[in-house]
Design a protein. Sequence first.
Length: 131
Amino acid sequence: MTNFIKSAFYISVCIILGTSCNEEAVDASDYSQSYGSWVLSKALKDGKATRTLEGTTFEIDTAQIATNLFGADESYKYKRNGSRIQLEGSSSQLFTVDKSTVDTLVLNMKRKRKLFQLLMVRESLSANQSE
């Protein structure tokens, strides 16, 4: 009976490891998928949908991020370390990249002790969807 339990345990671990390898991970060495123009598709505040950030845009290139997230259109230099993006300057906001693909960018941030998740889509894709 104990051999059966051990075998079941090892098979379960193998299945879990095998399925977790299929998850899309942010490649720390290639940030090119996150460069470009992004528009907010959906925002969550502490896990609940919020409309307070509607109209938020990001323009990301290798040197700076331009965004209207904080009210006015501003550009910020930033540092990137793996999945973490740290804005420099007056707004030293920290973002964590949860997902980065050709058409989707998911950012997490904490603001005023609230956790926000921003689901961004490429600006060209959002324009095509509204036509």
